[in-house]
Design a protein around this ligand. Structure first.
Ligand code: SAM
Length: 330
């Protein structure tokens, strides 16, 4: 499907990508592969794969070390194996299967699984998911934590809190509580009560440039004022979250946008504000990541910003994402 970018967005993407811009456009004009994440709170990846394959679904596990991540390549027209042809799933079919209703898997775009891989929450830890709805990453964290430890899953919008709650219930999450508050103000009130976290995920509200492949509306809604406004919201969330992180605790900041104002500029601002209290960490992910950029328009940024990851659709056949990880050292 052809995508019309607004002229300013097109100009900015060309500035970011240079001669790779046509590859980027080609990539976002196609549907991304359909990915699901096995919910190990309910079933093992082997059993889930067997169940789905017995219905004719063709399942690929692209990463040896992450068997929970599965691509549904399509379904066979015959279950006998021979002579069957692979056809695409119908729209919405992934969300209608019995296995989905039972919470055996979560339909989640592959790039969206990466922030939790970067944060690596462990059983027994105390974790804050500051912008949690609809819950793809809360449920992913609960599964990584084997339902042991505590997650506070926060969301500011009531309608989205309800979706978060229903996804957590469907997936059998038993170690999380939900709060409904503006993120920065929640951090301040937790701070006053002396509550501190081992890990915090800020999957921030953003302009969504990375989701153009699946959300055609994003391109229509995009405007530079929103980008600039969101940058302020994101900085405020990070500043307040860092205050309630334990010593040696870690924060992952992620967005599904390419806009440097919402990504590297936020990271640069935080590095400057917290100076020797935090350090930015290198992130290891099972996909191609590009370094954060150290300058945008006429602004030069701290060279440590390079340690953040830019994920472009054309690199891994995913949506676009940005991830940075900080550790509190003082
Ligand atoms: N982490 C979620 C997931 O993986 O399913 C997606 C989060 S989405 C990118 C950002 C969420 O933050 C939205 O649900 C939005 O309503 C919420 N939000 C927006 N502003 C917020 C704020 N100031 N404090 C907390 N949540 C906020």
């Amino acid at each position: 499907m052809r995508i019309e970018l607004k002229p300013l967005l097109e100009e900015r993407m060309k500035k970011l990508l240079g001669k790779e811009f046509p590859d980027y456009i080609k990539s976002i004009e196609t549907e991304p592969p359909r990915s699901i994440r096995c919910n190990t709170l309910k079933i093992s990846p082997e059993k889930l794969k067997m169940r789905l394959e017995s219905q004719g679904w063709k399942i690929k596990q692209p990463f040896k070390d992450f068997p929970k991540i599965m691509i549904v390549e399509g379904k066979l027209t015959t279950l006998e194996g021979e002579g069957g042809e692979l056809e695409p799933l119908n729209p919405g079919e992934l969300g209608r299967s019995l296995e989905h209703v039972l919470g055996y898997y979560y339909v989640q775009e592959l790039a969206s699984m990466l922030p939790v891989i970067a944060l690596a929450p462990k059983p027994g830890e105390r974790v804050l998911d500051l912008c949690a709805a609809p819950g793809s990453k809360t449920t992913q964290m609960a599964s990584k934590m084997e339902n042991i430890g505590t997650i506070i899953a926060n969301e500011v919008t009531l309608g989205r809190v309800k979706i978060l709650a229903s996804n957590m219930e469907r997936c059998g999450v038993a170690n999380a509580m939900i709060t409904k508050k503006e993120g920065a103000s929640l951090c301040r009130s937790l701070g006053i009560q002396g509550i501190r976290f081992d890990k915090i995920l800020i999957d921030a509200p953003c302009s969504g440039e990375g989701t153009l492949r699946t959300s055609k509306m994003t391109s229509k809604m995009w405007n530079i004022n929103t980008v600039k406004k969101l940058s302020g919201v994101q900085k405020n969330l990070l500043i307040n979250a860092l205050e309630i992180l334990k010593l040696n605790g870690e924060i992952v900041y992620s967005t599904c946008t390419h806009a440097p104002e919402e990504n590297e500029e936020v990271v640069d601002f935080i590095l400057e504000k917290f100076k020797d209290e935090i350090k930015i960490e290198t992130i290891k992910l099972p996909v191609k990541c590009r370094e954060g950029i150290c300058g945008w328009e006429d602004k030069k940024l701290d060279s440590q910003v390079k340690k953040s990851c830019r994920i472009y659709p054309q690199d891994n056949d995913t949506e676009g994402f940005f991830i940075a990880k900080f550790k509190k050292i003082k």
